[in-house]
Design a binder for this molecule. Structure first.
Ligand code: ADP
Length: 633
């Protein structure tokens, strides 16, 4: 069905139309009243004329009635022919016989049904007036006179009036139209001005515009109110702007605080974890080993919480970025298996995973975040399951030329979640209240972060759960397909490279550790020395530059935040002021901040690698060997 759009009538036209309509109604009403009045005036004056005439004829024919003189009566009636509107007339005697008659036209006698000729009567019909006048002699009725006249004269007058009224109506309407088009401006102009101002405001978003007030009536008040409303909006906008700036400032401060706090916590955490791991390798009594194991577990838990808070603040600030790297899904699930293995065994649970055959082995996407999502869900599954098993299933639900969408389900046979609690579990810092006294630990942030990480990558997460029976968390994510699948050979080559990274033995590699924190310095030095590297230390960038000018090094482990001269400045100086081998010495940035942009900042100032605290011993060795190998040693 086609939609007909009717253009709305403008206020100007509406005002003109209303004025014209009022005029038409007023004129028609006046004309009608006049025509009705004229009719009644005409009828009464005509009937008076006819009555006088009938009286005169009656008086004149007294003798004729008494003596039944038809000739005289007829003669007297014939004088009526001077009035061309008289149609017929009769003189009737007491026996109701017609003494004489006058007929202008042929009409049925009388043109009135059974009139009582002895009563003084006036009858109005559609087209005529009938007058019946009794003729009296000494108060005694001796007969009557009947006169019937048409009212053509009235219709002629009416036609003339109608013509005059029509002409005056047209004339009045024309004048009213001319006047109203001018006069409507008095009403419409302020309204049109307000409309124009509104359009300007919405187009320019400028609430400082005001409308000039030109009058004191209701429209002037409307202008005043409109201006007042604009002032209020302007004030509110200003308040909102200030509040927005304040909120942005607080978010910045919060993020800065979180970055600083994370840095401050990660630095000692690096020392605690590193030292504990080193201590694990030393000779310990069983009791000492147990204590140390507890320290390691607590430190690991603490690190998870710090990472959660950092992730949460990054997501809130919209600063999270997703990487696109090639990864193997099977390896990820294996890693999750080995990470949770200790807990699974301790609780006597079983763990299985299944990847359907049509799921590609290699994909491109954010491997670390996928691992984090799966670890969060599987970690929760282990945490909230007392007996039974935990399983992860991966199946393909969609595929296009370049992408593949996978559905992951993480199922457990644990305590489950009550129906009414399900909507709350994805809310930050929310944990379901446990019926039993058992405490499960956690921050209530894991699922919030998981949901956000999935949704920011275009996926969705849902949960099916029954209290006491278990839960299944399901999510979908889309990954890019890898066009060229790596051969087994190239995989092997990579592993080979890591195992035999350099022609140089570690004892021939000189590493300069630039670090101001005593604990961390000690940790890095101990790890490197244990792996037979030659190590020298510098407390800040300035000392590092001095040492580099006088000595020979193969790599620098550079802390970023140090007093006197920080890591960025020192690297910048080396890249711009040294020559040849020293100018190009590999620099590995060591940082605890782990905030978005820091990695890029490190590379921009000339560093070659990046390692965040707390790091594992293997990770450090691998990175040092990698940069030395790349540099051609
Ligand atoms: P937490 O750090 O407390 O585990 P999460 O955001 O990961 O925080 O989970 C929020 C809450 O959701 C948990 O405290 C728990 O009550 C409930 N929950 C999450 N996963 C499961 C599960 N697999 N089984 C039962 N309850 C769960």
């Amino acid at each position: 069905m086609t939609k007909i759009s009717i253009k709305p009538i403008s206020i100007k036209s509406k005002i003109v139309l209303v004025i014209l309509l009022v005029n038409i109604i007023a004129l028609l009403l006046a004309g009608l009243i006049f025509i009705i009045y004229d009719k009644s005036v005409f009828l009464s004056s005509r009937s008076e004329e006819l009555s006088i005439l009938a009286n005169m004829i009656g008086n004149h024919n007294n003798a004729a009635l008494i003596f039944n003189d038809r000739h005289t009566a007829k003669e007297s009636l014939s004088s009526l022919s001077v009035d061309k509107h008289i149609l017929q007339a009769f003189i009737i005697n007491l026996d109701n016989d017609t003494l004489a008659k006058y007929k202008k036209v042929k009409l049925n006698y009388p043109n009135y049904k059974s009139p009582d000729f002895k009563l003084d009567t006036v009858i109005y019909t559609d087209k005529t007036i009938i007058i019946i006048k009794p003729v009296k002699l000494y108060k005694e009725i001796i007969g009557s006179v009947y006169i019937e006249s048409d009212i053509k004269k009235y219709y002629e007058r009416s036609a003339n009036f109608f013509f005059i009224i029509t002409v005056s109506l047209i004339l009045a309407l024309f004048i009213a139209f001319l006047l109203s088009t001018q006069l409507q401006k008095v009403i419409s102009r302020p309204i049109v001005n307000i409309l124009k101002a509104m359009k300007d405001i919405s187009e320019k978003n400028d609430y400082s515009i005001r409308i000039e007030k030109k009058r004191n009536d209701e429209l002037g008040k409307l202008t005043d109110d409109f201006n007042q409303m604009l002032s209020q909006i302007e004030k509110q906008n200003l308040a909102l702007l200030l509040a927005k700036e304040e909120a942005e400032r607080s978010v910045k401060i919060k993020n800065q605080f979180l970055a600083n706090m994370s840095h401050e916590i990660r630095t000692p955490m690096n020392a605690i974890l590193g030292m504990s791991n080193l201590l694990m390798d030393s000779r310990l009594t069983n009791e000492q080993y147990k204590y140390l194991e507890n320290i390691c577990t607590s430190a690991d838990n603490l690190l998870v919480i710090i990472n959660d808070i950092l992730d949460f603040s990054k997501i809130e600030a919209g600063k999270i970025e997703f990487e696109k790297v090639r990864f193997n899904l099977y390896f990820i699930l294996m890693k999750i298996n080995s990470t949770l293995q200790f807990l699974i065994k301790e609780k006597g649970l079983s763990f299985s995973f299944h990847i359907e055959d049509n799921v590609p082995d290699y994909l491109t996407g954010d491997e670390i975040r996928l691992q984090q999502i799966l670890l969060n869900l599987a970690g929760n599954a282990v945490k909230f399951t007392l007996k039974g098993n935990i399983s992860i299933r991966v199946k393909k639900i969609n595929e296009s030329k370049h992408t593949v969408t996978l559905l992951f389900s993480v199922a457990d046979t644990g305590i489950g979640i009550k129906k009414e609690d399900i909507p709350t579990i994805f809310t930050s810092f929310t944990q379901v209240k446990s019926d039993s006294k058992r405490a499960y630990g956690g921050t209530g942030l894991g699922l919030t972060i998981t949901k956000q990480l999935i949704e920011l990558q275009g996926g969705q997460i849902s949960v099916k759960s029954e209290a006491g029976k278990g839960s299944t968390f399901t999510f979908n994510l889309t990954f890019e397909k890898i066009v060229k699948i790596p051969t087994k050979q190239s995989d092997e080559k990579e592993i080979h490279l890591i195992k035999q990274p350099t022609a140089k033995a570690p004892q021939d590699i000189n590493v300069l550790v630039v670090e101001d924190n005593e604990m961390n310095k000690m940790l890095a030095v101990t790890i490197l020395k244990r792996h037979n590297f030659n190590v020298d230390v510098a407390e800040n960038g300035e000392i590092a530059i001095e040492k580099l000018s006088s000595g020979n090094f193969d790599a620098i482990l550079m802390d970023l935040h140090m007093p006197v001269m920080d890591g960025y400045e020192a690297t910048n100086y080396i890249r711009n002021n040294f020559e040849d081998a020293k100018k190009n010495i590999p620099v590995i940035a060591v940082t605890a901040a782990a905030i978005v942009g820091e990695k890029e900042k490190c590379f921009a100032s000339g560093m070659n690698e990046y390692i965040s605290k707390p790091f594992k011993a293997d990770e450090l060795i691998e990175k040092v060997l990698k940069v030395v190998l790349k540099n051609g040693k």
